[in-house]
Design a protein around this ligand. Structure first.
Ligand SMILES: Cc1cc2nc3c(=O)[nH]c(=O)nc-3n(C[C@H](O)[C@H](O)[C@H](O)COP(=O)(O)OP(=O)(O)OC[C@H]3O[C@@H](n4cnc5c(N)ncnc54)[C@H](O)[C@@H]3O)c2cc1C
Length: 291
């Protein structure tokens, strides 16, 4: 399959890219890694007249620790996150999530910005960005704005992004000292999109009671979602086996998973329960080990 005809643009800076988007409007699409856009263009599900390639804009790449946040440029490849010495040392949750994305060839090209703008409910970055309350910076020719990931990602393949806007950076607040974490998923084959994914962070106080829980499920609804009420109710509880069992039951009932050619809704519910139990146990181990 081949895409329809389009005009290729390679702006050298962000300002020029924004100007092009403002001029061309809905006829233009940004291309980053092309790992989601090119397949849909080849299938003629998208037929933009203009492609604006942002790969030459160096200011959009890079991983930085600044102002107490870990800030990733939108052009940061999944493989850059997976192998970043800074993140492996200080924020290993992010490399652990990145290495679950597709295959190496996809991770070498695909970008965090492209994944968030694509908003596939089974994708890793929407799950992790919502779990960690990531903040996104968005640039248009009219200026810059900032938005939390949970407001940016609105539905299946639907984000809060105007035709002339470019997602520029994703900022992750770090975990607290001693805060445990885990991320896991069920796939039919290694490298496939997740049938269900679950990510968690867990912080205990000195007495071993839960101080902060964040629990996010993917592929269980139109977007990944946190169990906010459950997280709040967990405060002060002892994270024993009975509590983990209770949390697995809550995950089973959460969201509105669909049955499709890959898995039934019932199977997704059972896997959400199973994964929740696994990630909570793993995160608890990290809390107790102090890592
Ligand atoms: C075989 C295969 C398996 C995969 N498996 C997984 C998986 O297991 N998990 C997973 O999470 N992903 C998976 N992916 C998707 C992959 O992670 C993509 O890289 C990602 O979804 C899109 O990133 P990209 O940089 O390639 O974006 P592109 O394909 O270039 O763009 C995607 C969309 O985002 C828009 N866009 C891109 N960047 C910006 C920006 N900065 N500002 C505004 N709009 C922008 C584009 O216009 C387009 O609409 C898979 C892809 C393939 C082909």
């Amino acid at each position: 399959m081949k895409p329809g005809k389009f005009t290729y643009h390679a702006p050298e800076n962000l300002h020029a890219a924004n100007q092009l988007l403002a001029e061309l409007g809905d006829d233009a699409k940004i291309i980053a890694g092309g790992q989601s856009l090119i397949p849909v263009m080849n299938l003629r599900l998208a037929q933009p007249d203009h492609l604006i390639d942002i790969n030459g804009i160096s200011e959009l790449a890079g991983i930085h620790q600044e102002n107490g946040l870990f800030t990733l440029g939108c052009l940061t490849r999944h493989a850059d996150v997976e192998t970043s010495p800074l993140l492996m040392d200080k924020f290993p949750l992010l490399p652990a999530a990145a290495k679950r994305i597709g295959h190496l060839a996809i991770r070498n090209r695909g970008t965090i910005g492209g994944s968030l703008c694509n908003a596939d409910p089974a994708a890793e970055w929407p799950l992790i960005a919502i779990l960690l309350d990531a903040h996104l910076s968005i640039q248009s020719s009219g200026g810059e704005r900032h938005t939390p990931a949970k407001e940016f990602i609105q539905s299946v393949y639907t984000v809060d992004l105007g035709a002339d806007e470019i997602l520029t950076t994703v900022a992750f607040p770090p975990l607290a000292r001693g805060e445990g974490w885990a991320v896991n998923q069920i796939c039919r084959r290694t490298g496939d999109f997740a049938l269900v994914s679950v990510a968690v962070t867990l912080k205990l106080d000195r007495q071993g009671h839960i101080e902060r829980l964040r629990l996010c499920l993917g592929s269980m609804d139109v977007t990944p979602f946190r169990l906010i009420d459950v997280e709040q109710a967990a405060r002060g509880k002892i994270p024993d086996k009975a509590w983990i069992h209770e949390m697995a039951g809550i995950a089973f009932d959460a969201g509105s998973p669909e049955s499709d050619m890959h898995a039934s809704a019932q199977y997704r519910r059972e896997m959400a329960a199973h994964l929740t139990s696994e990630v909570l146990t793993e995160a608890l181990g990290r809390c107790r080990a102090g890592t």
